[in-house]
Design a protein. Sequence first.
Length: 208
Amino acid sequence: MSAKKPRIAHAFAGITMPTSSHPAIRRVKRRDVHPSIHGNKLWKSSCLLMNYLQQHPPQHCNAVIDVGCGWGISGIWCAQNLQADVTSVDADPNVYPYLDAVAQLNGVTTTPLVSKFEQLSLSQLAKFDMLIAADICFWDELAEPVSKLVDRAVEAGVKRILIADPQRAPFFVVADHCVEAHGAELIDWQVESDTIKAQGALLLIEND
Ligand SMILES: C[S@@+](CC[C@H](N)C(=O)[O-])C[C@H]1O[C@@H](n2cnc3c(N)ncnc32)[C@H](O)[C@@H]1O
């Protein structure tokens, strides 16, 4: 009996999400490119974010910044489905060869920007209508830089901020701050497709 072949991609929300078994991803791996801050796969919180945006298409989305983008799927979804100009930000330059492979599979491009959350300035953030992020609060010490990033994004006039998370503890530190300081909404969200099941929460700030 032949062994079951590993799945090479998930079709989700109209987009192709390759797994690490996909030939395009394996090609990057063979170049010895190793993301080192957990940007080593597509994380499922991005499905919460894409599904939410699919059900609630944003008004302001010409210029979108995807922070802690990893392989970049949420921003790639915005480029493909909202025709947004997307800047994909990550502290780890090694995520970008993977992001490029995922973007190419989906027929779009995004602009890469290597930066830590804490380095994104008011004037940089002011160029964007919408800030998105998925699963960027995975260590306790990330709660403060992420909270301050949100503060700067609000001050810079970013109209919509949407952060998806599998409900890790540091995310709730950020959420409590954003509810208190910016009237953020915390929304429980789950998705289930043929091959993907995810649940978590979305932090939404409307800054119109
Ligand atoms: C868990 S992954 C999520 C990746 C992607 N958003 C997704 O949903 O597939 C977290 C990402 O945040 C990036 N990251 C971690 N700390 C960061 C920081 N201080 N500034 C910018 N990016 C950071 C990591 O390199 C990694 O790509």
